[in-house]
Design a protein around this ligand. Structure first.
Ligand code: SAH
Length: 418
């Protein structure tokens, strides 16, 4: 099959059309003339696994990363940033049924504050695009920045000198499995978390990373390919810190934090701008990113979150910033009277709001809702249900994830009077 890529799919893959058939081609852009040599089906859609770009599109730009096209991390580095934003705005606008602007990330390389690097017999780096078993060797990840190069160099020295075994995912054998690198972009703190199978870690390990403020060793005893485990021990600081505006947050290897700090600042500010009244509920509060920021702005905040460890972190963040806010371990199915709040902020996982919560909102009718979403599809479904009593007053996209097809949305809703 050969032809010209006409657009990008929602997942950021080039779409090649022949009659009614559509083929998805990764790492291409509209205007590329391509020839597909091999393909397979992924979730019922045909996707090219081997292809040639016969004539590159004039809109292409040079990717900054030498691994682009092989590494499974980025899909859109060859698309000029303005075009990436256009693609995301078009996608979000289509799902929301209204014109929505997407605000650019202030930084588009070196913006990520976390990467999860595979350590394996097939390489130290990221998964090869389209595989779960192979890794592409990388020296530095430009999306994370220079510190990744320092950590990976030190890790390779450690491997060279101490000769620990590396994980073979097909056999479930070998010791070193992952190294997770995190960095407070506004504080300079660096954290590394080495994830291994059960075994003995050479005592010298922390000596290789003198520049890290916090060094962890975790064990994943399971066969599942995840980049976290039970903490065995740590050296240096228990937490690292990140700062968004005037609020400081603690980061632990087993806690989530918004991955693009430069844009996360704009996200919390945007939410704060949209809050009305005094009493605010932060639902799906995680480590308190919104809640603590809003408490610092003087709002009376409560948070609800199902993960007890995240709640513990949110409480620590509250104390660290000298504010008062209450965080509860509770499920979205068990929220109490929502009419007590002037504003309810929701930031659900990709699956969107639980149907029970949607019904609860429609019953209790809090005046103002702020919906933060990383999934336009479930956002759009939830909005169509909420439209029974709410109107969308404001919607904007924020690019938290440059070079990927993902887009974050913030929507301000208000109860309308009947
Ligand atoms: N607003 C937070 C994180 C949001 S991510 C921040 O910016 O840091 C979504 C959160 O929803 C996660 O912390 C997850 O643990 C939580 N969550 C998932 N299912 C839930 C449920 N059923 N009830 C309450 N919280 C849930």
């Amino acid at each position: 099959m050969r032809g010209v890529i006409e657009r990008l799919s929602d997942e950021g893959l080039g779409v090649l059309r022949a009659g009614r058939r559509e083929m998805l081609i990764p790492h291409t852009v509209p205007g590329d003339t391509v020839e597909v040599l091999r393909w397979r089906r992924k979730k019922r859609k045909p996707i090219a696994t081997e292809f040639k770009v016969l004539e590159p599109s004039p809109i292409r730009t040079e990717p900054k990363c030498p691994y682009f096209g092989r590494c499974g991390g980025c899909l859109l580095q060859h698309l000029p940033y303005k075009e990436q934003l256009k693609f995301k705005a078009e996608k979000l606008s289509r799902y929301l049924g209204m014109e929505v602007e997407v605000l650019p990330s202030p930084v588009i390389y070196g913006h990520r504050n976390r990467i999860d690097v595979v350590i394996s017999t097939s390489g130290v780096g990221f998964r090869r695009y389209g595989t779960w078993w192979e890794a592409v060797d990388i020296e530095e990840c430009p999306v994370f920045g220079e510190t990744s190069g320092k950590v990976l160099k030190a890790l390779r020295e450690f491997i060279e000198e101490e000769k620990p075994s590396l994980y073979d995912i097909r056999r479930n054998e070998g010791f070193l499995r992952y190294i997770v690198i995190r960095e407070g972009k506004f504080t300079g703190d660096v954290m590394i978390n080495l994830v291994t199978k059960e075994g003995n870690l050479p005592e010298s390990f922390p000596d290789y990373f003198p520049f890290a403020s916090s060094i962890y060793w975790s064990v994943n005893r399971t066969e599942s390919d995840v980049s976290y485990g039970d903490v065995q021990r740590f050296w240096g600081e228990e937490f690292i810190r990140e700062r968004l505006d005037d609020v400081v947050y603690l980061i632990h290897p087993n806690s989530f934090f918004q991955t693009n700090s430069y844009q996360a600042v704009n996200l919390v500010k945007k939410v704060a701008e949209l809050v009305d009244g005094e009493r605010v509920l932060d639902l799906y509060s995680g480590v308190g990113t919104f809640g603590v920021y809003l408490a610092k702005r003087g709002f009376k905040v409560e948070g609800i979150e199902i993960n007890p460890f995240a709640v513990e972190m949110a409480r620590k963040n509250t104390e660290l910033n000298g504010v008062s806010a209450e965080f509860h371990v509770r499920s979205d199915r068990d929220v109490e009277n929502l009419s007590e709040y002037d504003t309810v902020v929701v930031d659900p996982p990709r699956a969107g709001l639980h149907p029970k919560l949607v019904r609860k909102i429609l019953k209790d009718e809090p005046e103002r809702l702020i919906y933060v979403s990383c999934n336009p599809k479930t956002l759009s479904n939830n909005l169509s249900q909420l439209r029974e009593k709410y109107r969308v007053e404001y919607a904007v996209g924020l690019d938290m994830f440059p070079h990927t097809p993902h887009v974050e949305a913030v929507v301000g809703l208000r109860k309308f009077d009947i």
